[in-house]
Design a protein around this ligand. Structure first.
Ligand code: MOS
Length: 732
């Protein structure tokens, strides 16, 4: 099915099943520990050996010698794979560095060997007996040090301009010019990167933890120099991804090579301390923002430039994306600058681009609003735009930022905020309230599904879509149930297998809208097949209560499959509407904090997100996505930071003891409101993405609340107490 004109009325609009707060259908499997994660196919694949990954001890240079002898003769060892004995490997298109390094080393903890043994402990012990000699080469490890030399955009991402920024900024009544920094961050998904490889002859079956089945399959085939048809990827349950599992990673490649070398099923899990340096991370940014307004606070000039670093072949963090679209202003400049660094690869992490971009932009907006003497909620409303500011003939499909801000201000009690900082006390706590806009583009990826109807009237959906903890199983079941007029219990959903049709996968908050749209397309075909079989007209027939009805005729769905299961397949393809309309999602985030006047410790007390993100397919799973994202925003604002050793070139705090993510005790009262935002331009589901939107803007709202509480403006994340304490008011 091609989706090239806005959706009209369709069976999803009935909202009998879709749009309801159903519990997750995979919940019982997860709460009883019976959902098989990649490391846990004990019954299906008994007797798997264990692979332990060895990471490079240097960031850049060469391996000059590698002595495996002692390790090879250690107890239980079955095989050791290195670049030396792995055979010629290809390289996928989506990795900057190779996934099995050596002799050249491109980053710290790049995998250089996998040791296979009967037990995990034997593999780990033997790994420590590999003796490696390195020749260390100098590398570039500091973004700040590289920044001055990087003044032009990368070739494929030129600056975007309108009007004449420089002149307009110089002439503006109110000017704000400041630089903001965000640190490197690690995804830290609960489930580590894990793969279990089995060779059946020349065919590889890989059970893994990956967001994008088709990407994983093609990249793995490329790496192993085998045809794609010889690779099957299975990933039905995933313990979090956040972008860290969008791509093929070393666990998958090394499990495949290890299983081949040991002639046994092998499973490889990256130990937590290997993950931050071996896998990808969200790159640090330095963001220079200049905003000029007239006397009334209307933006006349806005510029946002962002510096980030990456390995050769890597891409920049697109932190200026939202600044192209969020606010009006005739004179504009946005641009990316990319420094070459020899740190591990930077890549997508939840809401890549907008998440770190809004961390900077939405503090800058708070600052310029104050300078212009305009309330920060009103400032954002004043500078709203209903068209793409770089292409004013192009409208947003739906844009309810103003409604988000007004609704949130009212619900949160914004009018009670004291606009003068450091005025409100609750005992030892300095109290403050902050706001930020949330923005994330709505991405569309084609998505396929296969549906079956059997003689019992059971509808089975198969697609390689993944559920990374998001609720895909449930919303896909809801979609099929709505389309066929059957109860949720009559729908079986099978996900995460490359034997199923290629879906959109889970990434970029496109998963919910586009994967269900693919299921919608397949279900339209199934309705046609059923109608034809039973002599009904597919367009006018009604599917309800497990029946197909037309006029005074009815028949049971099961009857259509009495002589054999009906199977159909389709793929939704999005053509052109994203060119005609700008499709984005919007939010307003409100936060209340208390900052300890003596220690500078920040505690978030209340949070509210008001989201306009298309039709909400399941308010319960959507709310869970948003509160999870808000929690991530607390981490980004207050604690999360990979500390770079700029001499040796690696992330020092590489475990959950030192890379601090929020725990339950850090999380306050969180409230989420979804505005009615049914958007026929986005898909037949009229839905959009919401998971990443929940993060976008949160950290800035916290930083702004801290400023309101203390009068200290911190432009360097995370906002830790050492950055506050010197500016806090006198004790008293
Ligand atoms: Mo997301 S960072 O595209 O998984």
């Amino acid at each position: 099915m091609k989706f090239d004109t806005p959706a009209t009325r369709n069976p999803i609009d009935q909202m009998k099943v879709v749009g309801r707060a159903h519990d997750r259908i995979d919940g019982p499997l997860k709460t009883t520990g019976t959902a098989p994660y990649a490391y846990e196919w004990h019954d299906e694949i008994p007797g798997a050996a264990y692979g332990y990954v060895v990471g490079s001890a240097i960031a850049k240079g060469r391996i000059t010698a590698m002595d495996l002898h002692e390790a090879e003769t250690a107890p239980g060892v079955l095989a050791i794979v290195t670049a030396d004995n792995a055979g010629k490997l290809g390289k996928g298109d989506m990795n900057a560095a190779t996934l099995l390094g050596g002799p050249a080393i491109e980053h710290y903890h790049q995998a250089i060997a996998v040791v296979v043994a009967e037990t995990f402990e034997q593999a780990r012990a033997a790994a420590s007996l590999i003796h490696v000699k390195y020749l260390r080469e100098p590398g570039a490890f500091s973004l700040a040090a590289q920044k001055p030399a990087v003044t032009t955009p990368p070739e494929d991402t030129p600056d975007k301009t309108a009007g004449d920024f420089t002149t307009a900024f110089a002439a503006s009544a109110v000017q704000h010019d400041a630089t903001y920094t965000t640190p490197d961050q690690s995804h830290m998904a609960m489930e580590p990167h894990t793969s279990l490889a089995v060779w059946e002859g020349d065919k590889l079956i890989l059970r893994t933890s990956n967001q994008m089945i088709a990407w994983c399959r093609s990249e793995l085939a490329k790496t192993l120099n085998i045809p794609e048809e010889k690779v099957r990827v299975i990933s039905p349950y995933i313990g979090g991804g956040f972008g860290g599992k969008l791509f093929l990673r070393s666990d998958a490649v090394l499990a495949a090579l290890a299983a081949r070398a040991a002639n046994r099923p092998v499973k490889v899990m990256l130990p937590r301390p290997l993950i931050p340096n071996n896998t990808t991370h969200r790159p640090a940014t330095i963001q220079h923002i200049r905003i000029g307004t007239d006397e009334k606070g209307r933006i006349t000039a806005i510029a946002h430039e962002s510096w980030s670093g990456n390995l050769p072949g890597g891409t920049p963090e697109t932190a200026v994306q939202q600044s192209e679209l969020l606010y009006a202003g005739k004179n504009r400049l946005t641009g990316l600058r990319l420094a070459q660094l020899d740190l591990p690869e930077g890549n997508a992490m939840r809401a890549p681009g907008e998440a770190p971009g809004l961390m900077a932009l939405e503090i800058a907006i708070d600052e310029v609003a104050e300078k212009a003497g305009v309330d920060p909620v009103e400032f954002r409303i004043l500078n709203d735009t209903q068209v793409d500011p770089l292409n004013t003939g192009r409208f947003f499909s739906r844009r309810q930022l103003i409604e988000c801000l007004r609704t949130g201000a009212e619900k949160f009690g914004w009018h009670r905020r004291n606009a003068t900082p450091a005025q409100v006390r609750d005992g030892r706590w300095l109290m403050g309230i902050g706001v930020a806009a949330g923005f994330r583009n709505n991405l569309l990826e084609k998505s396929g599904a296969r549906v079956h109807l059997d003689a019992q009237g059971v509808v089975t959906v198969e697609t390689d879509m993944t559920d990374i903890g998001t609720g895909s199983y449930t919303i896909i079941a809801q979609t099929a149930a709505e389309m066929l007029g059957v109860p949720l219990e009559k729908v079986v959903v099978r996900l995460g297998d490359s034997d199923f049709p290629v879906s959109a996968g889970s990434g970029g908050q496109w998963g919910a809208n586009t994967s269900t749209a693919g299921v919608y397309a397949a279900c339209v075909k199934l309705r046609e097949a059923i109608a034809e079989k039973l002599g009904f007209d597919a367009d006018s027939a009604v599917f309800t209560d497990e029946l197909i009805c037309q006029g005074d005729r009815t028949a049971s769905l099961a009857q259509a499959a009495a002589s054999g299961t009906i199977t159909v397949e389709d793929t939704i393809e999005f053509v052109g509407l994203d060119k005609t309309f700008q499709q984005s999602t919007f939010a307003a985030h409100f936060v209340e904090v208390g900052v300890d006047i003596a220690t500078g410790e920040t505690r978030v007390r209340r949070m509210l997100a008001v989201c306009a993100a298309g039709r909400i397919l399941n308010p319960k799973t959507a709310r869970s996505q948003v509160i999870g994202a808000m929690t991530m925003g607390i981490g980004a604002a207050l604690t999360e930071e990979l500390n770079v050793d700029t001499t040796l070139g690696y992330f020092v705090n590489h475990d959950l003891a030192a890379y601090e993510v929020p725990v339950h005790a850090d999380i306050p009262d969180q409230e989420v409101i979804f505005l009615d935002d049914t958007d026929p331009v986005s898909s037949p589901m009229k839905a959009k993405g919401v998971g990443e939107l929940g993060l976008c803007g949160v950290s800035a709202a916290i930083a702004n609340a801290i400023y309101n509480a203390t009068g200290v403006r911190v432009r360097d994340y995370p906002v830790t107490l050492d950055k506050l304490i010197g500016g806090l008011p006198e004790l008293g």
